[in-house]
Design a protein around this ligand. Structure first.
Ligand code: SF4
Length: 389
């Protein structure tokens, strides 16, 4: 049973300035490594990129690997449509991201870290490099041997997938690798690697500051803590908000909607479209609808056919082409919905397309092709009449 008495709560852990990251680092780098890993494990922090793997476990597995070289990588390749919260974090509190990387480096035994920045965020590059240089001076003061390098992607969505990101960093075409082995064993340059996204690293640092208990008190059993959301679409107050996990979508819409919200796309193009009739029963969190942070609101003036068409077109453009279910599947889905709309295919053809998304879910090699089914089936299921007329 979900807790229906829970109320949407704003939190200020990420953007709060009432902490000195140098002070946190100074304290943390004196603590036993195992104790820090245990703290991150106890906090229940799960990756904030969407997949939600427990951060403490990732750190623990990498720390256990025997290797002379290990890496910590900050995944700043924020490419999900409707997501812009990492950009804001990097603009406002970059030092906290580097702080999280340094703590991770300390516990796993890495001397080198990389920030892989989304190609479209080139305008941030100069400023981030300046902040990294300042951060290195602080690390020197603390006597901690760790260096961060900044790399810029070329604007390919698939390079946000961790193994495609390693390939890209190694100067190769950004295509996902077969798994296993996982990055904790063989990541960048086939060495043990922790790869966390921007927001996750800041939370790891904040847990070192406030303690695992305080973090655990926020959220639900499956979704501990808070999360930063990028709110866009038909809302009078678009922007970035840090909210406690576990709220219902009804509460979210009450706060951010324009009074006429007919659906919310939770988690970008790879996420789920939730119609109004399900707002009360939908929990935002890993036990309900997980999200990397993108929340797009649509009101009754929007055509859900156009929304879906945009998403499928996006996937067709961004498919790396390595595997057939995704490469051909995306093309066929786009062609299919256009033909149904024009009356060149019968309505029942939508069911054939739904079966195709199920095949893609089972057979595509990576998350891109596997997740096309999420938005496709949730939009077609709930807004079938808009697909036809
Ligand atoms: S699912 Fe798509 S993006 Fe992923 S490997 Fe296959 S073709 Fe490339």
């Amino acid at each position: 049973m979900q807790d229906t008495t829970r109320k949407l709560k704003r939190v200020d852990l990420i953007f709060t300035e009432d902490c000195s990251y140098k002070g946190i680092l100074e304290q943390t780098l004196k603590r036993p490594k195992e104790e820090i890993i245990q703290d991150v494990l106890d906090s229940g922090l799960r990756g904030r990129g969407g997949a939600g793997f427990p951060t403490g476990l990732k750190w623990k597995f990498t720390a256990q690997e025997k290797s002379d070289e290990k890496f910590v990588i900050c995944n700043a390749d924020e490419g999900e449509p409707g997501t812009f919260k990492d950009r804001e974090i990097l603009l406002k509190v970059p030092h906290k991201v580097f702080g999280g990387m340094a703590v991770c480096a300390y516990v796993i035994g890495a001397k080198e870290g990389y920030m892989y920045l989304r190609g479209e965020y080139e305008f941030l590059k100069e400023d981030i490099q300046k902040q990294i240089d300042e951060f290195h001076e602080k690390l020197d003061d603390l006597g901690f041997d760790f260096r961060i390098k900044l790399l810029l992607g070329s604007g390919a969505y698939i390079c946000g997938e961790e193994s495609a990101l390693f390939e890209s960093m190694e100067g190769k075409r950004g295509e996902p690798r077969n798994k296993p082995p996982y990055p904790t064993q063989k990541g960048f340059r086939n060495e043990p690697t922790v790869i966390n996204n921007v927001e996750t690293l800041v939370y790891a640092l904040m847990i070192c500051n406030i303690g695992s208990q305080k973090f655990q008190e926020l959220g639900t059993a499956d979704s501990r803590g808070s999360k930063v959301f990028s709110v866009s679409g038909d809302t009078p107050i678009p922007g970035i908000y840090e909210l406690e996990l576990g709220m219902s979508l009804a509460e979210f819409v009450e706060e951010f909607g324009d009074g006429d919200t007919k659906s919310v796309q939770v988690g970008g193009a790879a996420g789920f479209c939730v119609p109004r009739k399900n707002f009360n029963d939908t929990i935002i969190g890993f036990e309900g609808v997980p999200t990397g942070g993108s929340m797009m609101l649509f009101n009754s003036s929007r055509s859900m056919y156009n929304v879906l068409r945009n998403y499928v077109e996006f996937f067709r453009e961004e498919s790396c082409g390595q595997c057939t279910p995704c490469r051909v599947g995306c093309q066929q889905l786009l062609k299919g919905i256009e033909e149904v709309k024009r009356g060149k295919q019968p309505t029942t053809y939508l069911q054939t397309l739904m079966r195709l998304t199920e095949v893609m879910k089972m057979t595509a090699k990576c998350g891109l092709g596997q997740s096309v089914a999420n938005s496709f089936s949730s939009i077609v299921d709930n807004f079938k009449e808009e697909m036809i007329y």
